[in-house]
Design a protein around this ligand. Structure first.
Ligand SMILES: Cc1ncc(COP(=O)(O)O)c(C=O)c1O
Length: 400
């Protein structure tokens, strides 16, 4: 194990394969079904509040798309390459939308039930903005969870505070402020922002969305498994060997999705992808310390261009739960993510953010026949000038 920690310290890109062991199972299919029914009951609400969800009938779902040009550009000879386009998820444009929307809507329903105006109908919560404005939601974020929570909370009328780490991009802060969220900025890393958010919420008595251990976020993310199962069947590839590569920050979103897949598509082999500079989940799994160790403890900066993955300490919920459920974790460099970003744009015309591209390297590590699915985790809301900046950086790297 020490040689693997040495690889982490040296910021090497490599694949770690997990061995078999005992699985913790705190959630079952009934829990997942309940979460799905809940989100379905809110479809009319979402269509009313966010007309762009009319095209998905009020569902927070994304397309599964084969990427033949990208496969060619990557010179990938075995299997078929697909992307799960969460970069285009309705409203929030990132993988954090499913979990964030589920948790905030769940909270809104609980409050509305207590207050007596819910009456079994989600549409009844539409006309109570003043009531929700007396309630505050707080969250810490490197950017995309903040956008997800900020956008859905603001649509209901909640007061919302987003506590952001130094890695958060300016445009994400600007957009949140424009939508009415209060944004707090901290010079430290993501776990420091989480501490600040938690303390602020304790002091004010607000509702805290805890990215490091929320079971609501987790179940919301897990719902993606229903969607993927249906899409694989629709495309007639449900029975094929399936390799899924999920970009991983604190571990909540990839963990939730992998958990859902373990219940609905147990044949799926899942790999997490982390930046060489911030392999928080892998370090936690290798040492068995999970959230009890930070990447700084092995001398890593945690600083990465992949802002969504710039996390120094893993979720306490996800490590112990997922270590026996995934096949492995791999690390990759920022320059590689930018290289994939450029390649994806030039081959398939997709505009995404650097974190969103971490999945592609999985298809290079796993040289097998079957379906290789890179989960493309964010990008729709990236302003054009920022995207052009990423492209330029990728070109400069290529030419250097
Ligand atoms: C674009 C993108 N991809 C992947 C992730 C990873 O999600 P998690 O931090 O839950 O592991 C994030 C997190 O914000 C993200 O913004």
């Amino acid at each position: 194990m020490m040689d693997i920690i040495e690889k982490l310290k040296n910021e090497e890109s490599f694949l770690w394969l997990q061995g078999p062991g005992e699985k913790l199972s705190p959630y079952n299919l009934d829990d997942l079904e309940r979460a799905r029914d809940f989100m379905q009951s809110f479809a009319p609400f979402l269509m009313e509040v966010f007309p762009e969800t009319l095209r998905t009938q009020g569902r927070i779902v994304s397309e599964l798309k084969e990427l033949p040009q990208m496969q060619k550009a990557m010179e990938m000879r075995k299997g078929r390459l697909f992307g799960k386009l969460d970069n285009d998820l309705p409203v929030a444009g990132s993988i954090k939308a499913r979990g964030g929307f589920y948790e905030v809507l769940h909270h809104a329903r609980s409050l509305a039930e207590k207050e007596g105006f819910y009456k079994g109908n989600p549409l009844n919560i539409l006309n109570h903005r003043e009531f929700f404005h007396n309630h505050e939601i707080e969250v810490a974020s490197t950017g995309n969870l903040g956008l997800s929570i900020g956008l859905i909370s603001a649509s209901l009328g909640f007061k919302v505070s987003v506590h952001m780490s130094a890695d958060a991009k300016q445009w994400k802060k600007d957009l949140l402020r424009e939508k009415g969220a209060q944004v707090f900025e901290y010079p430290g890393d993501y776990s420091a922002a989480v501490e600040e958010a938690r303390a602020s919420s304790m002091e004010k008595g607000s509702y805290f969305v805890d990215d490091e251990k929320s079971p609501y976020l987790f179940m919301g993310y897990a719902l993606a498994a229903y969607e993927l199962k249906e899409q694989l069947e629709e495309k007639g590839i449900g029975g094929k060997a399936l390799y899924v590569y999920l970009p991983c920050g604190v571990g909540g979103a990839p963990g939730g999705i992998a958990y859902g897949l373990s219940l609905l598509l147990p044949q799926a082999k899942v790999y997490f992808a982390e930046p060489t500079k911030a392999p928080a989940v892998l370090l936690g799994m290798l040492t068995g310390k999970h959230d009890g160790i930070r990447v700084a403890d092995i001398g890593l900066s945690g600083k990465t261009d992949a802002d969504g993955l710039a996390v120094g300490r893993a979720s306490s919920l996800v490590g112990p739960l997922m270590v026996e459920r995934i096949e492995g974790v791999y690390t990759l460099e920022d320059d590689e993510m930018l290289g994939y970003l450029k390649m994806l744009y030039e081959s398939e015309g997709l505009k995404v953010e650097p974190s969103a591209c971490a999945g592609f390297k999985g298809a290079e590590f796993i040289d097998e026949e079957g379906i290789h699915l890179a989960w493309i985790t964010g990008g729709k809301l990236v302003p054009e000038e920022n995207f052009l900046g990423y492209l330029k950086k990728a070109k400069d790297i290529q030419n250097s």
